[in-house]
Design a protein around this ligand. Structure first.
Ligand SMILES: [Zn+2]
Ligand SMILES: [Zn+2]
Ligand SMILES: [Zn+2]
Length: 300
């Protein structure tokens, strides 16, 4: 008789089962309540008294085994997902959610028909998932999450969560500049005023563009080539982060130089290498701008 089946088993094949399946495919998942939001924090984490998790915007020391702190709890670890500390949450969960940024994607959440019409007229086609009243358009690549970038449109990527409503249809396209521009108007302006003169430079670094560099050509090229190799070793998701790290490292080599050191040319080479391993170009460019900016003092 079916009513004799224990709840735990039902959960295994229900939302937890789905969550484990998605996690095995690389999607960091979390339980969401019926009303779409994340479940509340446990008493230890209430009002963030624990300081929050290490991956949050202001990183804290919280290692709570329960799915506290919304998107920050999302994980692909099957041991965490199936642990007793998460069992209650799965029982109360209405849907499985995921952290788009953690999966290397951005969800353009279109709330209603008007928003969908706008997207069809404005955005490049990509994977779409039907929602209650609208659609999710999913692009590969991550960006800052911002709600209500225009009527009925939310951007869900880093530090955010979305409902899993099925795999959707269509091929996933690379995150296009038109979507980045929806949230980054003031950021990209600021970037341009800082170190983002990369778009003006081209080609490869050579000694002739580094007239104010105190290092030997060999020193510079060794660092550059090591950095490029490192990006090549991190295809897809990891390469954007690697590009940031490499840009930051290389800029750091030249803080004592009078300059110019040809950093723009190096930046272009880092971007090209990241794009070659499928990092969306705007994302690679921003990673390099921010990486160099972290050393050179730009404010992005
Ligand atoms: Zn907690
Ligand atoms: Zn906590
Ligand atoms: Zn230099």
């Amino acid at each position: 008789m079916t009513h004799a089946i224990p709840i735990q088993r039902e959960d295994r094949t229900g939302r937890l089962g789905l969550a484990l399946h998605l996690a095995a495919g690389g999607l960091p998942v979390l339980p969401l309540r019926v009303g779409k939001g994340p479940l509340g924090n446990c008493p230890d984490c209430a009002h963030n008294v624990c300081g929050g998790r290490p991956n949050m915007k202001s990183p804290g020391p919280c290692l709570c085994p329960r799915p506290c702190h919304a998107w920050a709890a999302a994980t692909t670890d099957p041991h965490v997902l199936a642990a007793p500390a998460w069992a209650t949450a799965w029982r109360h969960a209405g849907v499985v959610g995921y952290h788009p940024g953690g999966a290397g994607v951005t969800v353009v959440d279109l709330d209603d028909g008007d928003a969908v019409d706008w997207a069809r007229a404005t955005l490049p086609p990509t994977r779409t998932v039907t929602t209650n009243r609208g659609e999710h358009w999913i692009y590969s690549g991550t960006m800052r999450s911002v709600n209500h970038v225009r009527d009925g449109v939310d951007i869900k990527s880093t530090m955010s969560y979305a409902r899993w409503l099925g795999p959707g249809v269509g091929a996933i396209a690379v995150l296009p500049p038109v979507v980045l521009m929806l949230v980054d108007r003031e950021e990209s302006t600021r970037g341009r005023a800082g170190v983002d003169s990369f778009s003006l430079a081209s080609g490869r670094w050579d000694r002739s563009v580094a007239t104010g560099c105190r290092h030997t050509e060999r020193y510079v090229l060794t660092g550059l080539n090591r950095g490029l190799a490192r990006i090549k070793d991190h295809p897809n998701k990891g390469a954007g982060t690697a590009a940031y790290g490499v840009a930051r490292f290389l800029a750091g080599q030249h803080t004592q130089c009078p300059g110019p050191c040809g950093l723009e040319a190096m930046g272009e080479q880092i971007i090209a290498e990241a794009v070659a391993v499928n990092v969306p170009e705007p994302y690679a460019r921003r990673a390099v701008t921010n990486g160099m900016g972290a050393v050179l003092g730009a404010t992005t």
